[in-house]
Structure formats: structure tokens, C-alpha cells
Design a protein around this ligand. Structure first.
Ligand SMILES: [Zn+2]
Length: 259
């Protein structure tokens, strides 16, 4: 049995909690036959709750939410620009893979469908990545990287499409077509769903550098709570597991958080 708690904490105020006891805490029993896993959509829903709460409790502050640099946090809108597997030449089928959904809008696990990319620009003007469709409907052919770069005046003769597994040797920036596209401002500046939502809610999101979750002091809070948790007698009962977990979290002293 696993038990997961997702919550917000600040070194000024401790765990986020309204005077009436309301919190943005989410608990989950992760696993295939349990509650599933925390998705980007869950994280967005939680941010909506937390933004409303902080604005109510601390109306005079500016609010910044710090997140680890994790894939679930960084998810971009479907169809965002991406160089993953972009073909060099014209291609009828090229789009980005997105999750397939059923008629009720729920994700079908493991199934993918293709969606055309959007949002490309060059010199401040939109740059279409697809030819107009022959029949006037649907999605036309993908232009291919060669042509997209040629339209920008970039010479690609003799250049390969992609360095092996896109592991280019730094500081090379023009070793392959994918690397050149990857470094262009329209590909670089795609905002994550979290950033887009945060802006609409009047708060801000900061992502920690990759592989440095230890900079996120919530990790130390979890660590402290886990130590307290292990001081309890062992139990195989789920309700005891939950109660002990939540009590251990509640017991992390503010002074330890500040340290
Ligand atoms: Zn390369």
C-alpha cells in the first residue's frame, strides 16, 4: 500500500491552511488498481484551489509557487512545438503524439493519436509548418525541417536530421537540423500548462533546475514527517497508515521548516 500526499508549504506560514481549516491538500493511493497516478490535470486542479486560498488568506502578498522540474509539472498544451522525431522531408503523417481520449474526454491509457503542431513563428510572423491540405480540409503535409529552415534562410546542405538519439555534443548548436530548430525562440518559449493557468489566476510559477529537487524545501518537510512516522508502531491497517501520515505531516514544526 502506498499513500501519497500533495500539499503546499511556505517558510513564512507553514502548511497552507485557512483559519476555517480549509487546505489544498490532496491525498491519493497511487497504483493501477487504486486511485491511479497524479496527472498534470490533477496538478492544475490543485493549483486552482491553492490560488483561491492564498488570495483569500493573504490578499496583500504576491504568490509564487515553486515546483520540481518534473515531466508531470512541465507538461505543455497538446500540439505544442516539439522537435521529437521531426522528419527532414515532406511527410503526410507528421504531428505530435498526444493521448487518445474516449467520448467522455478521459485518457485511454497507452493509446496515442497525432495532432498537428501549432504556434510556430519566424521574425515575429506566424510560420506555417504544414502545406495547405489538398482537399481544403484537415491537415496538409508537414513541410519537413529542411524546408522550414530554408524559409528562414538557414543553409542545411549536408546537415543530418538528428544527432544520434538527439545527444548532440555541447556547445554545438548547429550540428543537426533538430538542434537548430530546438534552439529557436518559438520552440524554446512554449509555456507549460501550469504557467498558463497561473497567469490566468494572477499567481506565478517557478520551476527548479532539473535534477535539483533538494532545493525544494518541501523535501525536507517530507523527510522530517517520514522520521516522525517511523516512530509509530507498525501497522498493516490502511486507516492507521493514513492517520499516522497526516499527523506526522501536521507535526513538522515551523522552526524546522525555516532551518
Ligand atoms: Zn545535433
Amino acid at each position: 500500500m502506498s499513500f501519497m500526499v500533495a500539499n503546499y508549504v511556505s517558510a513564512n506560514y507553514g502548511w497552507l491552511k485557512a483559519p476555517d481549516g480549509c487546505t489544498a491538500q490532496v491525498t491519493l493511493k497511487p497504483g493501477k488498481n487504486q486511485d491511479g497516478y497524479m496527472t498534470n490535470e490533477d496538478i492544475l486542479s490543485q493549483l486552482k484551489v491553492v490560488a483561491a486560498l492564498v488570495k483569500e488568506i493573504y490578499p496583500d502578498n504576491n504568490h509564487y509557487f515553486i515546483y520540481d522540474n518534473a515531466t508531470t509539472h512541465l507538461k505543455r498544451p497538446d500540439g505544442s512545438l516539439s522537435v521529437r522525431c521531426t522528419p527532414k522531408e515532406e511527410s503526410t503523417v507528421f504531428g505530435v503524439d498526444i493521448s487518445k481520449r474516449d467520448s467522455e474526454g478521459s485518457i485511454i491509457p497507452g493509446e496515442k493519436q497525432q495532432m498537428a503542431m501549432h504556434g510556430a513563428s519566424f521574425n515575429g510572423e506566424p510560420q506555417p509548418l504544414y502545406f495547405p491540405p489538398d482537399d481544403g480540409i484537415g491537415m496538409g503535409k508537414f513541410k519537413g525541417m529542411e524546408r522550414i529552415l530554408a524559409e528562414q534562410g538557414i543553409e542545411t546542405t549536408g546537415l543530418k536530421a538528428e544527432c544520434k538519439k538527439f545527444k548532440c555534443t555541447p556547445p554545438q548548436r548547429d550540428c543537426c537540423m533538430q538542434r537548430i530548430l530546438y534552439n529557436e525562440p518559438d520552440f524554446q518559449n512554449v509555456e507549460s500548462n501550469l504557467e498558463i493557468l497561473a497567469r490566468s489566476l494572477g499567481v506565478q510559477v517557478i520551476f527548479l533546475p532539473k535534477y535539483h529537487c533538494e532545493l525544494n524545501f518541501i523535501e525536507q518537510c517530507w523527510g522530517y514527517a517520514k522520521r516522525l512516522y517511523r516512530l509509530n508502531p507498525e501497522s498493516s491497517r490502511e486507516d492507521v497508515l493514513e492517520k499516522n501520515t497526516l499527523e506526522a505531516l501536521d507535526a513538522v514544526p515551523l522552526v524546522s521548516m525555516r532551518r
